[in-house]
Design a protein around this ligand. Structure first.
Ligand SMILES: [Cu+2]
Length: 69
């Protein structure tokens, strides 16, 4: 299992947090996700044989938020 932290721009409230969390969770291969609204990041645990970080980042972008670095 791979764990990675991605920084996300545009999250303003708990609703945004829930939206991002849901979007990341919907990516096949993602085992766990914790979105931190205060730190504006998401800790994602995923199976790298099923998905990769770019797909996860794309899910965040598709949900309407910006991934920084
Ligand atoms: Cu919001």
């Amino acid at each position: 299992m791979t764990q990675e932290v991605i920084n996300i721009k545009g999250m303003m409230c708990g609703h945004c947090q829930a939206t991002v969390e849901k979007a990341i969770k919907a990516v096949k291969g993602v085992k766990n996700v914790k979105v931190d609204l205060g730190n504006k990041n998401a800790t994602v645990e995923y199976d790298s044989s099923i998905t990769d970080i770019n797909k996860i980042k794309k899910a965040v972008t598709d949900a309407g938020y910006e991934v920084v670095a």
